[in-house]
Design a protein around this ligand. Structure first.
Ligand SMILES: *Cc1c(COP(=O)(O)O)cnc(C)c1O
Length: 379
C-alpha cells in the first residue's frame, strides 16, 4: 500500500459495535467483565484503550514497523526508552538536539548514573570515537534542530550493528511521510506527535514504533507500569491529523523551498540552513533518505545582535512567534531563548545556535503571502 492510502486506511477499521467509520473516542477508565478474567481484551484504560490501539496500529503501518506504543507526549516517549536502560549505561546522541531531550538526558537520567556523549553526527567517525564498552544506544535526530544538519541514518545503523548497539531516530522533523528510519536499520522511531502527525497545534502526544516484538513488549510494560499514557480524545486528534499528513507535509515542503530561496537572496540574511540547497553539506544524504527536504528552515542575520533578531521576530504578521512546529500555520522562533534555552551557552554556540538565529516552521498558507511577510519583517 502506498503512503497516501495508508494514511487513510492502515490499521483503521469501522467500529465493530456501531459501524462508525471514524474511530470512536472510548472515554472510559474501565471495562465490564462477564466473569472474573473473562473480557473482550480490555480491562483498565491505562493498560489498553481501543482508540489508542487503532492509533498504535496506524503509526506502526506508517513507519513500516510492527508495533506502535503511544504516550502522553514526545518526552514521555523518550522517558520510556530511557527506562529500558540502567545506571552505568552510556548513550551517544547528537550535539544539535531538541532542548527537552537534552534536558531529560542530562538533568533526569544523568542523576540516575546514566552517561551521555553529545557529538557532531554529520561525521560518523565522531560516533565511533565516542563508543565505549558501556555504550548501549545511539540517539539520532535528523534533520537536526535548529541547524537542520543531516545525519546518515543507514551509515549510523551499520556502525551500531557492528558494535551491537541499538539505534533510536527521533523522526519528528521529517514525519513518516518523508523518512522511515526502520527501513534504514533503526530499532526505534520516536515522534513528538504534537508536531506533524497531529498537525493542527491542538494536542500534545508522543509515540514509539519498533519492529521487534521483544522491544515492543518491554515498552508496553513501561507504558502500563509508568503510566504516561495519552487520553483517548488526544489519540483521536492524532488519528484525524494523520489523514491529511501527506498533503500537509507536501505543501509545507513546497513552501519551505520557496522561502529558503527567498531568504538566501535577501541582503540582511547571513546564512540559511536548509537541506534542500545543493550546497548544504547533507544535501546528498537527505536526497537519499528523505522524500523531500522538510519544512523547517533556519537563518541567521548579518547583524548578529540579539536586538536585530528580536526586531524580525516581533515584526511578522503571518508567522506567529511561538515554540513548536509542524502545524498548518507558520511559526517563527528564537532557538537561543526559546527551544534551546535549556542548553548551556557554550554548548549552544558550538553548534551554531547564535543569538541572531531564527527558526521557521513553514505552514501550508500561500507561499507568496509568507514571503511578503518575511520581506516586511526583514526590511
Ligand atoms: C517537540 C519535540 C520533542 C518533544 O515532544 P513533546 O510532545 O513536546 O513532549 C522531541 N523531539 C523533537 C524533535 C521535538 O520537536
Amino acid at each position: 500500500m502506498k503512503f497516501a492510502t495508508k494514511a487513510i486506511h492502515a490499521g483503521i477499521e469501522p467500529d465493530q459495535s456501531s459501524g462508525a467509520i471514524m474511530t470512536p473516542i472510548f472515554q472510559t477508565s474501565t471495562y465490564v467483565q462477564d466473569a472474573p478474567g473473562v473480557h473482550k481484551g480490555y480491562e483498565y484504560a491505562r493498560t489498553q484503550n481501543p482508540t489508542r490501539n487503532v492509533l498504535q496500529n496506524q503509526l506502526a503501518a506508517l513507519e513500516n514497523g510492527q508495533h506502535g506504543i503511544c504516550f502522553a507526549s514526545g518526552l514521555a516517549a523518550t522517558d520510556a526508552i530511557m527506562k529500558l536502560f540502567q545506571s552505568g549505561d552510556h548513550i551517544i546522541s547528537c550535539n544539535d538536539l531538541y532542548g527537552g531531550t537534552y534536558r531529560i538526558f542530562t538533568k533526569v537520567y544523568g542523576k540516575f548514573g546514566m552517561e551521555f556523549s553529545f557529538v557532531d553526527m554529520t561525521n560518523i567517525a565522531n560516533i565511533e570515537n565516542a563508543i565505549n564498552p558501556k555504550t548501549k544506544l545511539i540517539w539520532i535526530e535528523t534533520p537536526t534542530n535548529p541547524m537542520l544538519n543531516i545525519v546518515d541514518i543507514a551509515a549510523v545503523c551499520e556502525l551500531a550493528k557492528k558494535h551491537n548497539l541499538l539505534v533510536c531516530v527521533d523522526n519528528t522533523f521529517a514525519s513518516p511521510y518523508l523518512q522511515t528510519p526502520l527501513d534504514l536499520g533503526a530499532d526505534f522511531v520516536l515522534h513528538s506527535a504534537t508536531k506533524y502527525l497531529g498537525g493542527h497545534s491542538d494536542v500534545i502526544h508522543g509515540a514509539i514504533v519498533v519492529k521487534e516484538k521483544a522491544l515492543a513488549d518491554q515498552l508496553y510494560f513501561i507504558q502500563n507500569a509508568s503510566g504516561a499514557v495519552p487520553g483517548p480524545q488526544d489519540c483521536f486528534l492524532i488519528l484525524r491529523g494523520i489523514k491529511t499528513l501527506h498533503i500537509r507535509v507536501e505543501r509545507a515542503c513546497e513552501n519551505a523551498e520557496k522561502i529558503a530561496a527567498f531568504l538566501a537572496s535577501h541582503p540582511a540574511v547571513a546564512t540559511v540552513n536548509y537541506p534542500g540547497f545543493a550546497s548544504h553539506p547533507g544535501h546528498n544524504i537527505a536526497k537519499k533518505q528523505m522524500k523531500k527536504f522538510g519544512a523547517m528552515v533556519s537563518f541567521s542575520l548579518k547583524d548578529d545582535r540579539i536586538e536585530a533578531a528580536n526586531k524580525v521576530l516581533s515584526s511578522t504578521q503571518l508567522f506567529s512567534l511561538a515554540e513548536s512546529l509542524g502545524g498548518v500555520e507558520s511559526l517563527i522562533g528564537h532557538p537561543a531563548t526559546m527551544t534551546h534555552a535549556s542548553i548551556p551557552l557554550a554548548e549552544r554556540q558550538k553548534t551554531g545556535v547564535v543569538d541572531s538565529l531564527i527558526r521557521l516552521s513553514v505552514g501550508i498558507e500561500d507561499a507568496d503571502d509568507l514571503i511578503e511577510d518575511l520581506k516586511k519583517a526583514l526590511g
